[in-house]
Design a protein around this ligand. Structure first.
Ligand SMILES: [Zn+2]
Length: 356
């Protein structure tokens, strides 16, 4: 038995890097700062003992907007996502077709692989999130149907390039899944989102889909959430209809773990694996490895061990300018996840031998 453990993706950027990104006019050498950020992040990641790492998304503008970098057919006033603490994030709108990514995730993967021998995981944004950049009023000469065809092709390409480049896993970030139930409690929008993303996943064969995963959470920006008040139990049954092998599920910050675990147990399919969040990324307190162990053992009561893994509840800074968590705290929490998962694994092996 080996309990898998994987990060979600992002690590806070250094104050120096954020200053250079947010005030580029100051003339900092962004390229060399990016290189330094990637190599420092990978080396710190390796020191946590994490068997799978990421580039910490050091050079992504955000988990959602990296494909839009450099595009000239966008206007700023798109959908707004409101967080509990009153702040918001806004998506742009596309103003003309065709829609092509300005930037593909494989670029980040390649840069990271050059710096490490460890397996590297790559996060990509969902087709459903980017579907929101098409304006409700339509675009003359570029229908929504044409846009969706372009979008699905680009999203497929984003994933396929990462698989061909040897990504350990490709994780689609689907934070708007739970949020959609807040905006449309009927579940119609969620069903549509799942259908859109499955149209991408269904373009891959079974072996590739085993390497594909989906991350969901109630949002995690400036230590605040956008949809923690949506009942997970309404969301999970639909979620497991996505045709991928791995699910990275925020859990540590949920008030009622057992209720969520029972729902996972009920709806997780035999060919799917649940990576449960054992690290609360919004809480500055670093978990002890014993706390993590206990969270894993609790989960093992409900989920078969060969379908169980651990992860962090979310990335530590999905948006590049979020400084609510320090890098030191993020890496200490990752180390706690890795060490606690090992402790749980040892105990589970011991229990198996006792019953054998
Ligand atoms: Zn998240």
């Amino acid at each position: 038995m080996k309990l898998a453990t994987e990060p979600i993706g992002s690590i806070p950027r250094t104050p120096e890097l954020i200053a250079a990104i947010t005030a580029p006019a100051n003339g900092a050498d962004l390229r060399s700062l990016y290189e330094k950020a990637i190599s420092e992040t990978i080396s710190a990641f390796e020191q946590t003992g994490s068997p799978v790492i990421t580039d910490g998304e050091q050079t992504k503008s955000s988990f959602a907007t990296y494909p839009l970098e450099g595009l000239t057919n966008l206007s700023p006033e798109g959908m707004t996502i409101n967080f509990e603490d009153g702040h918001s994030r806004q998506l742009p709108l596309i103003t003309s077709g065709p829609f092509r990514y300005g930037n593909f995730a494989v670029k980040y993967l390649k840069a990271a692989q050059q710096q490490t021998k460890l397996p590297v995981k790559q996060a990509v944004i969902s087709a459903s999130a980017l579907s929101l950049i098409y304006p409700q009023g339509g675009i003359e000469g570029y229908s929504q149907a044409e846009f969706m065809t372009d979008l699905l092709n680009e999203c497929e390409k984003d994933i396929r390039q990462c698989l061909e480049q040897g990504a350990y896993k490709v994780q689609m970030d689907f934070t708007e899944g739970r949020l959609s139930l807040k905006l449309d409690p009927s579940g119609g929008v969620l069903k549509h989102f799942i259908d859109v993303n499955n149209q991408v996943f269904n373009r891959f064969g079974a072996a590739d889909r085993e390497k594909l995963g989906v991350h969901v959470c109630p949002g995690g920006d400036h230590d605040s959430t956008h949809s923690a008040d949506v009942d997970y139990a309404d969301f999970l049954p639909q979620l497991f209809n996505l045709n991928v092998g791995s699910f990275y599920l925020q859990l540590a910050s949920e008030p009622d773990h057992v209720k969520v675990l029972k729902t996972i147990k009920q709806y997780l399919k035999p060919n799917q694996k649940a990576f449960i969040g054992v690290i609360d990324v919004l809480n500055p307190k670093v978990e002890t490895k014993e706390e993590v162990r206990d969270r894993v053992l609790e989960a093992a009561h409900y989920i078969p061990v060969d379908q169980l893994g651990t992860t962090d509840d979310c990335g530590f800074s999905p948006f590049c300018d979020d400084v609510s968590t320090t890098r030191e705290t993020a890496f200490a929490k990752i180390k706690a996840r890795v060490d606690g998962t090992k402790l749980a694994e040892a105990q589970l092996i011991h229990e198996q031998q006792e019953t054998a």
